[in-house]
Design a protein around this ligand. Structure first.
Ligand code: ASP
Length: 327
């Protein structure tokens, strides 16, 4: 398997995902807003979102809450040792530590997150505990681990043999140069609306492979990697987190929707913001996914290759996002 962090440098290679173009539906540029309300609905980033959505859908279709759906949904990917970008099996930092970032937000605007958390398989659940059991929003590193253990989470080694081998290979050159690849699985960001019409969001990742020890990305930063507002909708981000953090991408998308833009218009404008503000944008991939309160979805990215999973009306599908850099 190619290294996930080829994600950080465009290689010109086509997507290595198992899904062929014919199994994906190309996102249309149709900007007309649908008047029909789709509910419940769950969307999540990348191909592994299909597995996560399935779990989320079980909860949503039986009348469960969106906050439970977005937590339990992404936990499927956190527990998957074959996903080298999230949770257990995630690629380590340059010093060999698997450090995880995650965030969660509910319909009341409550939020929780953890960053640089080690040895806990489900950082999203720790983030939820931060949200529900503490007066804080974010816990980092040692403190996050201490809190997790106090809350009954079990410590374990998250570095799989496969991830360790990839790290050892990386150490042969130790080139600290973000390398972008477009694999069809990466950080998972999820947004769901339940039957009661409430929205929640989550985001979880092992961050950039071979990052500097202590580096934290956009995923646990409320408003950067994920944001939702029950009056408007939600957004999640994937890709080179530094670009998302500099433009507070998910908050921007939600605010644009608040001002009347469709989810598709909002994510396109957020990508344009990166293009305008960050001169070296072409070296990186960023993907945004947005959901408004009526169940309309928008997705857009810098480079071809970003896709998202959608589950609604008992139908699960993988959809290719439109992209900015063409030709
Ligand atoms: N956004 C994540 C980060 O920067 C990584 C990714 O989505 O690939 O940590």
């Amino acid at each position: 398997m190619s290294s996930r962090r080829d994600f950080l440098k465009i290689t010109g290679l086509a997507s290595v995902g198992a899904f062929t173009a014919s199994s994906c539906k190309l996102q249309t540029q149709d900007k007309a807003k649908s008047v029909k309300t789709v509910r419940p609905i769950v969307v999540s980033t990348w191909k592994n979102g299909l597995h996560a959505n399935k779990k989320a859908w079980e909860i949503l279709s039986s009348g469960g809450r969106a906050i439970d759906a977005v937590e339990k949904g992404v936990m499927v990917v956190e527990a998957d040792p074959d996903d080298i970008t999230v949770g257990y099996g995630g690629l380590p930092d340059r010093d060999g530590f698997v450090t995880l970032d995650a965030s969660i937000m509910d319909e009341k605007g409550n939020a929780g997150s953890v960053c640089a958390l080690q040895n806990i398989m489900h950082p999203v659940s720790v983030a939820r505990k931060v949200m529900e059991k503490t007066p804080h929003v974010m816990l980092a590193g040692e403190g996050a681990l201490q809190f997790a253990v106090e809350q009954g989470f079990k410590e374990m080694n998250l570095l799989t043999e496969k991830a360790k081998k990839a790290w050892e290979k990386w150490k042969e050159t130790s080139k600290y140069e973000p390398v972008i690849n477009i694999e069809n699985h990466d950080t998972i960001g999820m947004l769901a609306i339940d039957s009661a019409g409430n929205i929640s969001g989550s985001c979880t990742t092992s961050g950039l492979a071979f990052k500097m020890h202590g580096r934290v990305g956009d995923s646990p930063i409320i408003g950067a990697g994920m944001y939702c507002d029950n009056e408007v909708g939600g957004a999640v981000a994937t890709g080179m987190g530094e670009l998302v953090m500099k433009t507070l991408g998910s908050f921007l998308v939600v605010e644009l929707m608040r001002q009347g833009k469709s989810p598709q218009e909002a994510v396109e404008e957020a990508i344009l913001r990166i293009v305008k503000k960050i001169p070296e944008y072409k070296k990186y991939q960023i993907g945004y996914l947005a959901l408004d309160k009526n169940g309309n979805v928008g997705a857009y990215c810098l480079h071809k290759g970003f896709n998202y999973a959608r589950y609604a009306d008992n139908k699960s599908e993988l959809i290719d996002a439109d992209y900015y850099i063409k030709g």
